[in-house]
Design a protein around this ligand. Structure first.
Ligand SMILES: [Zn+2]
Length: 323
């Protein structure tokens, strides 16, 4: 059996999987509030004691962590939680325990995703063995690349969410001025993420928000996108439009940097929640506006990952490959 985890600042998914070839099969999956537990071993102990959890030996374990991974330990961004591979191995007698960056873990799922688990934005033609790129906006924003190495795709992590935000329009230049005043610099995650929604909301409202959104509410990004999709406030409509436009442009930047002729995948929690806005043409227009290389990006498959457990599945795929 395999134990896999997708450890986030708010929510953590744990799952037990059968180590089947190519795509491990989930046996039982549970969601936890990360901060309800002192550390990962106590959360795993609660999970394994669950009545639904099968009894048996866990041979290998892998965890995707929303934060930088250094060797066999990782610290979550924004949450005082440390993850130690050795502590998990010792507590449960698991011989191989690996920690991955959360985007790297999600990237491992891409080669095994089924057609029904993606929404196609551009059919394109995948070049066999061509690089694949992943961009994912959720609470934060991350990117990963997959390279074809010895007959399989191998992901590499990045901290691309903290690269500089590139403004293309007058309204984005105004946005960069505000972000620089607030944060000292404008990085991509300040725009293309759940937190980015809040920044865009401040810039896009020249009049008070007609949807009356409280930016301190924990679900403010979801409230803004709902108000925009229901067209209840012009400022919120503008916020969502700026978000999707910037998301498409940054996905295009990633496609250029990665030469992702194997495909560009959009992961993370936000895209599936705003599908009507992701599919109205704004995202793809911004993605494609890369002359003189428009012919290259126009051939790349572009897909949204709909499987909300892609990060967990990817961690299981990685664990299955560790023999
Ligand atoms: Zn509004």
């Amino acid at each position: 059996m395999l134990l896999a985890g997708d450890i986030g600042g708010t929510k953590t998914l744990l799952g037990l999987f059968d180590a089947e070839p190519v795509r491990p099969r989930p046996i039982v999956v549970r969601s936890f509030s990360t901060l309800d537990y002192q550390d990962l071993p106590s959360m795993i102990a609660a999970f394994l004691q669950d009545d639904e959890a099968p009894r048996g030996t866990v041979e290998r374990a892998s965890f995707g962590v929303a934060g930088p991974v250094l060797g066999d330990s990782a610290t979550l961004t924004n949450v005082p939680w440390r993850v130690e591979a050795r502590a998990v191995a010792a507590a449960f007698g698991i011989t191989r325990v690996h920690l991955l960056n959360d985007l790297e873990a999600m990237a491992w799922s891409i080669p095994v995703l089924k057609e029904a688990e993606v929404q196609v934005l551009q059919e394109g033609v995948a070049v066999r063995g061509g690089n694949i790129a992943l961009i994912a906006a959720g609470t934060g924003m991350g990117q990963a690349l997959l390279h074809w190495v010895e007959n399989r795709f191998v992901p590499s992590a990045s901290e691309a969410g903290h690269a500089d935000f590139a403004a293309r329009t007058e309204r984005e230049i105004t946005l960069v001025r505000s972000l620089t005043a607030w944060y000292g610099r404008a990085d991509v995650e300040h725009v293309v993420s759940g937190r980015g929604f809040l920044n865009l909301h401040r810039v896009a409202h020249r009049e008070p928000c007609r949807a009356g959104i409280d930016l301190d509410a924990p679900d403010a990004p979801a409230l803004i996108s709902a108000a925009a999709l229901e067209r209840r406030c012009p400022g919120c409509v503008e916020t969502l439009d700026m978000f999707v436009d910037a998301y498409g442009a940054e996905a295009g930047n990633l496609a250029l940097r990665a030469v992702s002729t194997g495909g560009l995948f959009v992961g993370g929690g936000i895209a599936p929640k705003i599908l009507p806005a992701m599919t109205n043409g704004t995202f793809m227009r911004a993605f494609l506006a890369k002359p003189p290389l428009e012919p290259m990006v126009a051939k790349m498959p572009v897909k949204i990952i709909l499987n909300a457990h892609a990060g967990l599945l990817g961690a299981a795929v990685f664990a299955a490959g560790q023999r």
